[in-house]
Write a new protein. Structure first.
Length: 167
């Protein structure tokens, strides 16, 4: 019987001399990617690309939001974001407002139609997750619930790391 592998944060590796378990990191990345792909399929049922659905959701939760802030938040280049915003705007899902102090800057907010569609996508994704969770045991469900704060922090750390490499 082999000992379980312990994966330490990078900040603790130097102190202990241990190395990050690359297999565990790969498994985590693959699991998160597969979950995202499965959830992305629910957006296409509503006529949106997964990226459009995600952007619509961010605007619904945080809007009105400045396009620069939205690009940084989602890690998108301005050209790609502009295309998605144009599509969502032309579909009547969001509206743009130019900032009076800087006409080059714009903020976006969700429309009533956009809020309805975003709620439908969110509900569809929640239904998919609920069905999948029902297939897991109670201990696995509890483990996932307990892991949520760590996963949310991981998202923040990845965003900070990405932002640091772009500078």
């Amino acid at each position: 019987m082999t000992e379980p592998t312990i994966c330490l944060p990078a900040s603790k590796m130097e102190e202990s001399g241990d190395q990050v378990d690359e297999e565990t990191m790969t498994r985590l990345r693959q699991a998160v990617s597969r979950i995202a792909r499965q959830l992305n399929n629910t957006a296409t049922d509503e006529g949106l690309t997964p990226s459009q659905a995600t952007i619509l959701g961010v605007i619904a939760r945080r809007g009105p939001i400045n396009l620069t802030e939205l690009a940084e938040l989602e890690g998108l280049n301005p050209t790609m974001l502009s295309r998605m915003i144009s599509k969502l705007d032309s579909e009547g899902l969001i509206s743009r407002t130019r900032a009076p102090e800087d006409l080059r800057s714009a903020a976006v907010k969700v429309t009533k139609r956009g809020r309805t569609l975003e709620a439908k996508v969110r509900a569809g994704r929640a239904k998919v997750v609920a069905r999948a969770l029902d297939g897991l045991g109670e201990k696995q469900q509890q483990s996932l619930t307990k892991a949520l704060p760590a996963l949310e922090e991981l998202v923040d750390q990845l965003r900070e790391t990405q932002a640091g490499t772009k500078r």
